[in-house]
Design a protein around this ligand. Structure first.
Ligand code: ACO
Length: 704
């Protein structure tokens, strides 16, 4: 069997299958001409609705209905085939039944169309991968980028292009929405009006046979009309490809299928695998995208991300009610949002904005008598003062105040301030308050009907700021030493599916994983010689035929000296041969006893992301707490350090009741095991014992 560092380069290629030249997507958004293939005069048909939206949306380029029978559709001259159109076509929207899509794609190639949106269903999502593959082949051979199949269409506000069969009216704005679900995309278009969320672009992805999230996110990186990208994701076809996305703007991902049941539903929806949610979570962190847990949260974040980032950590709350102020303080505390705490200074600045019975401690309570004037005054001061970095405005509806006037006052002072710092609003009340919230949102101030939503939205700015500060780390897979590859190859040649313990330890050691002193011995004499200077030590039987060593009496711990080793060695050999008479004994492993915090380091395979490394608290805690974190291979030392920070019990590693970890050698281990990723299925280091003196892999298993 030949196995070399070639395997590693194959691994790299396998994980970058999409690295072909990026296709030009500009025709989707700035087309000179749009053809609707399958346009119809029958208003019940999708082909009619799309053409109607293209015309009614205000698009001013060439519009070409394609239909084999009709001369004219919706007042536009119709053509029998794409190739009959005299003008230039950058975008073709296909709404003909599945059996005709391939021939229409061939026409697109003949006509030189470079961007195609395939609305038609009946491909990969129902098992018809053959036709989907054929479409992809035609597209790749002719440098055509296509969305779908099985999509709602696409929309781009700046060119007034609405090539969807969703609503015609959409609120303009700076959010790009990429959705794997067409139905949700339709709902979102409706929400833009209802919830006053402005949209720059909407792309339905469907089966993602060609254009995917990465291609669009990278396109929107360079689009000044887009501030924030919001992605609704059910699954990924190739996680490693997605992990290479170049993130320049805030990307919010709503990944559904968190639960086992949800994942099943997603898999049957678009034929995609949802993958283990832990791995998605890790990959999103690694990539630097923001994962929202619900639609409401995602929309709230999208609104907030149009605000300037906070310069510092001093937030100020302005309220007309004590209770809502206190609960907001709690929520800020939960999110670790700092509240400015200087009563004297606050009194000096804010006392004129409230009656005597108001409160100038943060929250600034302008009381139930706070009208538009007081709100306007207080927000103006908060927005002006440099010591305040972030403003949170709260309002509880009262019969003596007018929420709309208050909203107007807030909007006015925000506009007058030059909008240099973030401000969010939470208003609680009835219909009048709801209208006021809409007015605020329409004017670009993220406003919510609950405190929790408002603070979560504000917090996303801190999250994005942190991501921006994180140094990007280029990580490539380092080659494994040739001796380590040889050991693995030999075991595979022998038909084994795992390495023996001493082989696993040697492979890890060769890769740079710190191990305790150890020796492998086939006789008592070798054991005595190998054990010199290593006491106290553990002795473990080694045999390809014995899986559970403890069950056959094949483990002895805390052997203190040569005399004890001699007697325990002899007894162990006797016990094991009685318990397992047919087993071939290869020898014993001698390992120096070490003490410290027990961790677990593992590596396994994920169907979407390939090799992933896991870190957590080990020993007896691993099963009980399941407190583990993941990262996708390859990653470097900075990301490895984040793996340690990510677990809930991370504090233990900084020093806890006399225990302290050596993070440097944990990071070293997390980086080193990645070298054998191309050759193995699983690695399990349990425990990796860490203390101030360093860390070492005490027990290791490698599955091939
Ligand atoms: N070139 C041009 N026009 C053609 C061609 C062709 N090769 N072949 C047929 N046509 C015309 C037809 O004559 C017809 O026009 P007509 O009304 O004047 O006769 C028109 O194209 C449409 O063809 P139909 O056979 O009438 O098909 P129909 O409109 O019923 O369905 C559709 C086509 C919509 C593409 C359907 O096959 C389909 O896939 N529907 C599902 C779409 C979908 O849901 N996508 C996912 C969206 S996301 C979500 O979940 C909301």
């Amino acid at each position: 069997m030949k196995m070399s560092s070639e395997d590693a380069s194959n691994y790299d290629q396998a994980s970058s299958t999409h690295q072909a030249k990026a296709k030009d997507l500009s025709g989707f958004f700035h087309p000179k001409g749009v053809a609707v293939v399958g346009a119809s005069n029958n208003s019940a048909k999708i082909g009619y609705q799309i053409l109607n939206n293209v015309i009614g949306g205000g698009y001013t380029g060439g519009i070409y209905p394609i239909n084999p029978k009709d001369e004219e559709i919706l007042g536009r001259k119709a053509y029998k085939r794409l190739v009959d159109v005299p003008g230039e076509i950058d975008l073709a929207v296909i709404t003909v039944p599945a059996p005709y899509v391939i021939s229409v794609m061939e026409d697109c190639a003949r006509k030189g169309v470079k961007n195609v949106a395939i609305i038609t269903s009946g491909f990969g999502e129902v098992g018809n991968t053959k036709d989907e593959d054929k479409i992809k082949q035609i597209a790749d051979e002719n440098d055509i980028a296509f969305l779908g199949p099985n999509i709602l269409g696409l929309l781009y506000g700046p060119t007034d292009l609405n090539a969807t069969f969703g609503p015609q009216e959409v609120l303009p704005g700076k959010i790009a929405f990429i959705s794997q679900s067409g139905a949700l995309a339709i709902a979102f278009m409706g929400w833009t009006i209802m919830e006053k969320i402005g949209l720059a672009a909407l792309c339905s992805l469907g089966n993602k046979a060609d254009v995917d999230e990465r291609a669009l996110i990278e396109y929107f990186n360079e689009d000044d009309n887009v501030d924030v990208v919001l992605v609704y994701m059910e699954g990924l076809k190739d996680g490693t490809h997605f992990l290479r996305t170049n993130i320049k703007k805030p990307v919010i991902i709503l990944k559904v299928g968190r639960t086992q049941r949800g994942a099943k539903a997603a898999a049957s929806h678009t034929g995609s695998l949802s993958g283990s949610d832990n791995i998605f979570e890790a990959a999103f962190k690694q990539l630097g995208v923001l994962r929202a847990q619900s639609f409401a949260e995602a929309f709230g974040w999208a609104r907030a991300l149009s605000l300037p980032l906070p310069k510092g950590d001093n937030a100020l709350i302005i309220t007309n009610g004590g209770g809502i102020g206190v609960s907001t303080t709690d929520v800020c505390e939960d999110y670790k949002i700092g509240l400015i705490d200087d009563p004297e200074w606050l009194q000096e600045k804010f006392s004129e904005t409230m009656p005597d019975f108001g409160s100038y401690k943060n929250p600034i309570d302008i009381t139930g008598q706070g009208h538009a004037k007081e709100y306007g005054q207080a927000t103006s001061i908060a927005l002006k003062e440099d010591r305040i970095d972030t403003v949170i405005v709260l309002y509880c509806e009262t019969s003596v105040t007018n929420p709309h006037e208050i909203a107007q006052g807030i909007v006015q002072s925000y506009k007058n301030s030059g909008q240099k710092k973030p401000m969010v609003v939470a208003m609680v009340g009835g219909q009048r308050t709801r209208d006021a919230l809409q007015f605020l949102n329409q004017n670009g101030i993220p406003s919510f009907s609950s405190v929790e939503e408002a603070i979560s939205a504000l917090n996303v700015l801190f999250m994005w700021k942190k991501i921006g500060r994180k140094e990007k780390e280029e990580a490539t897979l380092e080659a494994a030493p040739s001796r380590a590859i040889e050991i693995i190859a030999k075991a595979k040649d022998e038909g084994r599916d795992s390495l023996l313990e001493h082989e696993a330890r040697e492979v890890l050691e060769l890769c740079g994983v710190p191990t305790p002193r150890w020796a492998f011995a086939t006789t008592l004499e070798e054991a005595l010689e190998g054990a010199e200077g290593m006491y106290p030590l553990a002795m473990k039987i080694t045999s390809k035929d014995i899986i559970h060593k403890t069950d056959v009496g094949g483990v002895e711990l805390n052997i203190k000296d040569a005399e004890e080793l001699r007697s325990k060695y002899t007894k162990m050999m006797q016990r094991v041969s009685e318990a397992s008479p047919d087993a071939v004994i290869d020898g014993v492993n001698l390992i120096q006893m070490v003490s410290g915090i027990e961790c677990i380091v593992g590596m396994s395979q994920d169907p979407q992301f390939g090799s992933v490394v896991m870190f957590g608290l080990g020993g007896v805690f691993v099963e009980a707490l399941k407190d583990v974190s993941f990262r996708v291979v390859p990653f470097g030392p900075k990301e490895a350090a984040c793996l340690i920070q990510d677990i809930k019990t991370t504090k233990i590693f900084d020093g806890f009741r006399g225990m302290k970890a050596d993070k440097k050698t944990i990071v070293q281990t997390l980086c080193a095991i990645q070298k054998i990723a191309p050759y193995v299925k699983e690695v399990d280091i349990n425990p990796l014992v860490t203390s101030e003196r360093g860390s070492c892999a005490v027990d290791a298993r490698i599955i091939l």
